[in-house]
Design a protein around this ligand. Structure first.
Ligand SMILES: [Zn+2]
Length: 105
């Protein structure tokens, strides 16, 4: 009876030591075992941790691929801009030589 009182105190939170929130079923059946409950919680947390680590790895791979793709685009645009600048420089050079050295013949 004392354990029932302990379980019911603190509005569904185990007062025996684990401090876990208990379902009404756990409290009324008196089957709650702190060690077992904590083991279950630990297992669930470890599983969650593994899942998160996996997701982090996948996310990092995705970001690395995205970064590579964006860097390739930047490089392509830089090359395009350099070529375009060279073409304009050449055209400007031709135009200025035509103006400075008019064909008098
Ligand atoms: Zn407990």
């Amino acid at each position: 009876m004392e354990s029932q009182t302990e379980l019911q105190a603190g509005r569904g939170v185990c007062q025996r030591g684990c401090g876990l929130r208990l379902s009404g079923e756990d409290m009324s059946s008196g089957q709650h075992c702190c060690v077992e409950a904590l083991r279950t919680v630990t297992e669930a947390l470890e599983e969650r941790s593994t899942t998160l680590e996996h997701e982090t790895r996948m996310q990092r791979l995705r970001w690395n691929r995205r970064e590579q793709s964006l860097l390739a685009q930047v490089t392509a645009l830089q090359t395009e801009a350099q070529l375009s600048a060279l073409q304009h420089q050449r055209r400007l050079h031709h135009l200025s030589s035509d103006l400075l050295l008019p064909d008098n013949t």
